[in-house]
Ligand binder design. Structure first.
Ligand code: DX5
Ligand code: ZN
Length: 213
């Protein structure tokens, strides 16, 4: 299992230390939640802060856009050379075009599904993306409760991926902890995002990441 801690649960007063801590603690990706106050009822960070994150990180950034006007935000973050940029299918009229744009910038494109969106909604995009991110909470905030139906959804998505693009990864984001991670692994999930579980673990960040792995 690859682990992508969400810096949304970090202490933003000591952000670079908290980014270094997850990289030294064994994470695989640094998950960055970008919210615009329109697509979701919360507002987080823009390129100025993410540039500081990129400087502190020794692992690729996994930028999760929760915004309207995806293409505008891709242009804002592309100069920081993230590993992945993911965007919500619910907010994109021309997903193929946006995927091609992200790839042409040298970034791996990924697509995100809200908890209610069926995996079939992205079936004909699977050949074009490197990862599909399944939300297991309603996007907008850290520390929410895991929605268990994502497990069945991951299994259905895995079957579609095996048919259309076996190299495509499945990532799950929201309420992930050491209790539900096993069911996600058995369902075919490759990457878990975890914010509060990693940053608020009583035994520390590296113990939390090791527990998920
Ligand atoms: C929610 C974000 C998540 C969130 C995860 O909109 O996309 O990445 O911060 O935090 P936890 O693991 O605390 O649910
Ligand atoms: Zn996220």
């Amino acid at each position: 299992m690859l682990v992508a801690p969400s810096i949304l649960s970090a202490d933003f007063g000591h952000l670079s230390d908290d980014v270094k801590a997850i990289c030294e603690g064994g994470c695989d990706l640094v998950h960055v939640d970008v919210m615009d106050g329109h697509f979701v009822p919360n507002l987080t960070i823009g390129p100025v802060v993410v540039e500081a994150v990129a400087k502190a990180a020794t692992k690729p950034l996994d930028i999760h856009l929760m915004v309207e006007n995806n293409s505008f935000f891709v242009d804002l973050f592309a100069p920081l050379k993230p590993g992945y940029i993911s965007f919500h299918i619910e907010e994109e009229k021309h997903p193929h075009r946006l995927i091609q744009k992200i790839r042409a910038l040298g970034i791996k494109p990924a697509i995100v599904l809200n908890p209610h969106t069926p995996p079939e909604a992205v079936e004909f995009l699977l050949e074009d993306v490197d990862m599909v991110l399944l939300m297991s909470v309603n996007p907008g905030f850290g520390g929410q409760k895991f929605i268990p139906s994502v497990i069945e959804k991951a299994k259905r998505l895995k079957a579609l991926i095996e048919k259309r693009n076996p190299d495509c990864l499945i990532e799950v984001d929201g309420g992930v902890n050491d209790e539900n991670v096993k069911a996600l692994a058995y369902a075919g999930v490759d990457v878990v995002v975890a914010g509060s579980f990693v940053y608020k673990h009583p035994k520390g960040i590296s113990t939390a990441i090791a527990a998920l792995k």
